[in-house]
Design a protein around this ligand. Structure first.
Ligand code: PEP
Ligand code: MG
Length: 549
């Protein structure tokens, strides 16, 4: 048994034979040509072939993994048609009087290096796309097709790296897992693997020897390990793990795709909460209808300095794209209190939970706020994003926030960036003041999401961090439940929808109550989505209301 270590990008266990995937390598030689215009024409024809192939891949990907994941092939089509790229190839053919294959390879190399030299991680990642389209055009010039992996039985695919065009054209039923030597967690390949719901490992030290072909292996997407020719003990242990996983999946499977409708026809949205992009896989796996709370402050907590607009943009865009048009509610920075980042240099406070935190920091340091808003708005061109503001206490605050949002939109217009002009704006209801002002606040925004964790602490005057107060902490306190009803009523009167994204939202003993109150959405940790759906499907709200009278 040999064990190889990599970085898991999607959880799960796969047991099966290995299949080493190698690209069809074309050896490009520099050859002198006499008829340069004929060579330019050959290049134009190869471009057309490449575009047709990419269109076919796009159509296939839309059907299999959704519009957002398929967009890469649209982007590749644009790259094939990129004027700078075309100019460069034609220039090389004409000035050096060389064959099109060589000119394309040269251009691809230059462009790839240019992207790799860029500071921004996202753009560096695009070098792989240049490589992909370059190989595609060269392959077309060689007259080849672009058929993918051929296998009779499902296999664990090991490869140096996989371009999105390669993963998508592989027969999904024949793939148990992806293991790559290179590749980044941000690459489209890992996004696709997540979308396909199969374990994937990148940065693995596995050799790409043909000898590995057909050997039995286990991929453990929890540990990021590949066991080649596992011994009996490992095999038995992993089989058990796989069985457990399958059992869990089967149970969940039955509820997937079902609408969250009660027996008497009341619908509720069930979304998931995430802290970072790693959680996306779980959101998809658990069939959440959207992301109801993306705690963006984790991006700040994971950084040693203020995260740049580009860095944030890449993250928000990835989330939006991965959710393929489903709603993604990004909560703006909620730093302070228990979430501290040194570089903010926040002063020590007697009462940090009641101190300089969340929206208060954003309103006193608008430059930090604007950077985040620009990043979120720019990402809104790639999916269905809503913005949510935490720790609101007044209508005035919301008005100020909206002014800043407008200012940021204007700056994006001036810079020529696209964004969703009608982006939904919402607020968290976490303070008793916001509850009391619900109707007035609802007139200013599109939605509310109740942060019951904070609302409970501020309503009951119990520090949520202080364990010694646990015996006094009553999450079902009637005062709190009355407040929740006030929030829904105020929201609806003021024309907004209302949800819950605090932990109470996943308290299954209250699901009927939340339905009866009229909540439009519950956002819970991904693993709670399906259990919650089960309760919704089994509830008759009308009957429940009668039992209360
Ligand atoms: C809440 O307060 O309920 C909430 C969802 O926000 P956080 O837990 O991040 O403060
Ligand atoms: Mg909160």
């Amino acid at each position: 048994m040999v064990i190889y270590q990599g970085k898991a990008v999607f959880e799960g266990v796969a047991i099966g034979k290995l299949s080493v995937y190698k690209k069809a390598e074309h050896v490009v030689k520099r050859e002198k040509v006499t008829d340069v215009e004929a060579e330019v024409n050959r290049y134009a024809e190869a471009r057309e072939v490449a575009i047709k192939q990419l269109q076919a891949l796009y159509d296939k990907a839309v059907k299999e993994v959704g519009e957002a994941s398929a967009e890469i092939f649209e982007a590749h089509q644009m790259m094939v048609d990129d004027e700078d790229y075309i100019d460069s190839v034609e220039n090389i053919i004409r000035t050096q009087e060389v064959n099109a294959e060589f000119a394309v390879a040269e251009t691809g190399d230059n462009f790839e290096k240019m992207f790799l030299a860029m500071e921004d991680e996202y753009f560096r990642g695009r070098a792989a796309d240049i490589k992909d389209i370059t190989e595609r055009i060269i392959s077309a010039l060689f007259g080849g097709d672009d058929s993918g992996l051929v296998s009779d039985e499902p296999v664990i695919v090991i490869a140096d790296d996989l371009a999105p065009s390669e993963t998508v054209q592989m027969d999904k039923d024949k793939i148990l897992s992806f293991v790559t030597v290179h590749g980044s967690a941000n690459s489209h390949t890992s996004i696709l693997a997540k979308t396909m719901n199969i374990p994937a490992i990148i940065g693995c030290d596995i050799p790409l020897d043909d000898e590995l072909n057909g050997k039995m292996a286990v991929v453990d997407g929890f540990e990021g390990k590949v066991y080649v020719e596992p011994d009996e003990a490992v095999m038995a242990e992993k089989k058990k793990l796989l069985d457990k996983e399958l059992e869990k999946k089967q149970l969940l499977e039955q509820l997937k795709g079902k609408d969250n409708v009660t027996l008497d026809g009341q619908h509720i949205n069930i979304y998931a909460n995430i802290g970072n992009t790693k959680d996306l896989a779980l959101v998809l796996e658990n069939d959440a209808g959207g992301i109801g709370l993306f705690r963006s402050e984790f991006i700040y907590l994971e950084s040693s300095d203020y995260p740049t607009e580009e860095h944030q943009f890449a993250i928000y865009k990835q989330v939006a794209e991965s959710m393929a048009g489903k709603k993604v509610i990004i909560r703006t920075l909620d730093i302070g209190a228990d979430k501290q980042a040194d570089y903010f240099n926040l002063p020590k406070e007697e009462n940090p939970a009641m101190g300089m935190r969340a929206i208060r920091i954003c309103l006193t340091q608008p430059e930090i706020f604007k950077t985040q808003l620009r990043a979120i708005l720019r990402a809104s061109a790639f999916g269905k994003i809503s913005i949510m503001f935490p720790m609101i206490i007044s209508v005035d605050e919301v008005k100020k926030i909206k002014e800043i949002v407008e200012e940021v939109k204007k700056s994006l217009d001036a810079d020529g960036f696209k964004y969703d002009k009608d982006i939904e704006l919402g607020i968290m209801i976490e303070t008793p003041a916001a509850v009391m002002m619900a109707e007035e606040l609802a007139k200013e925004v599109d939605f509310f999401s109740v942060g019951t964790n904070d609302l409970t602490q501020y309503t009951l005057a119990i520090d949520r961090q202080n364990q010694t107060l646990d015996e006094f902490y009553d999450s079902h306190h009637p005062g709190l439940l009355k407040m929740l009803q006030m929030v829904v009523d105020g929201a609806h009167k003021g024309g907004a929808w209302a949800g819950i994204c605090g932990e109470l939202g996943s308290d299954l003993t209250l699901t009927k109550e939340f339905l009866a109150m009229g909540f439009d959405e519950l956002s819970v940790s991904p693993g709670r989505v399906l259990p919650l759906r089960k309760v919704v499907l089994e509830t008759n709200v009308g009957d429940y209301k009668k039992t209360k009278c």
